[in-house]
Design a protein around this ligand. Structure first.
Ligand SMILES: [Cu+2]
Length: 267
């Protein structure tokens, strides 16, 4: 685990590089899709936390600011849009109809755990996530090697162009992409980098506790939960967290249009 290139943000705690062991586990090849989340909702009538709060964060270029209702002032490029939920990611009038194979978004950590419980799975620990995302490659920068675009080929859905004003979509996508876009890593896992951030089980600590070397589960408590993988908004000019060692976090009741999850299971 960890950043072997000294390229991360010091405050993220990606260093030092350390060897940890994880017990065998299964990981879904894809992030949970809108289609899969829809099946969960239809069967359980679960109401997401985001719907209870009544709003979520949407990237400003995805909405007409004249037509959506904001519940508070924008925060940088994030608009707190009223009624932005998993099934209408840009607020009232939007839909996921043509995005059923895209990752579900606008789900909190608690929502993700509720889905996992229903599916008989769980969220990965950070150690499991990084082990899986690396696909057997040791001390590499990305899930596929050290080059961002080997032979000019795009391998993940991140920001292309000038963030946050102009996305030239050279990787094929502006917002989310179908979960099976791009070639998978060596373990057959798709889009571990980019597309959407993925909730992990661990509490987050800026200093990763490496004292546990067997099945590390992170701190016993905390304020925020770990997220991994980066999203379609990542760009090297301000956030290079599509690197496979990169870490970030969010409060468990947070949601946004670039944050989803994938499941693992014990074997
Ligand atoms: Cu980023």
């Amino acid at each position: 685990m960890g950043d072997a290139f000294n390229e991360g943000f010091v405050q993220d705690g990606e260093q030092p590089v350390k060897q940890v062991e994880v017990s065998p586990f299964y990981m879904d090849p894809y992030a949970v899709t809108n289609k899969a989340f829809d099946a969960f909702i239809k069967e359980t009538n679960y109401v997401t936390e985001t719907e209870k709060y009544g709003w979520s964060f949407v990237f400003y270029q995805f909405v007409d600011i004249e037509k959506v209702e904001l519940i508070a002032p924008p925060q940088q490029w994030w608009l707190p849009v009223k009624d932005a939920y998993w099934y209408q990611p840009e607020g009232k009038g939007s839909s996921i109809e043509d995005r059923m194979d895209h990752p579900v978004t606008h789900v909190t950590w608690n929502d993700a755990v509720a889905y996992c419980n229903w599916a008989g799975k769980r969220l990965p620990t950070e150690a499991e996530w990084e082990y899986a995302a690396r696909g057997g490659l040791v001390k590499k920068r990305y899930a596929w090697g050290n080059e961002l675009t080997p032979n000019g080929e795009h391998r993940c859905n991140i920001w292309q162009g000038t963030f946050p004003t102009y996305n030239n979509k050279k990787d094929g996508f502006f917002g989310t992409a179908p979960v099976d876009s791009y070639p998978p890593n060596e373990y057959g896992l798709y889009n571990v980098s980019g597309n959407v951030w993925e909730w992990c089980a661990d509490w987050f600590d800026a200093t990763y506790d490496y004292s546990q070397t067997m099945d590390p589960k992170g701190p016993l408590s905390g304020q925020t939960r770990s997220i991994r993988g980066g999203s379609y908004l990542c760009h090297y000019s301000y956030c290079n967290r599509y690197r496979v060692a990169a870490r970030s976090s969010n409060t468990p009741d947070s949601s946004s249009g670039n944050l989803g999850f994938r499941c693992v299971a014990d074997v």
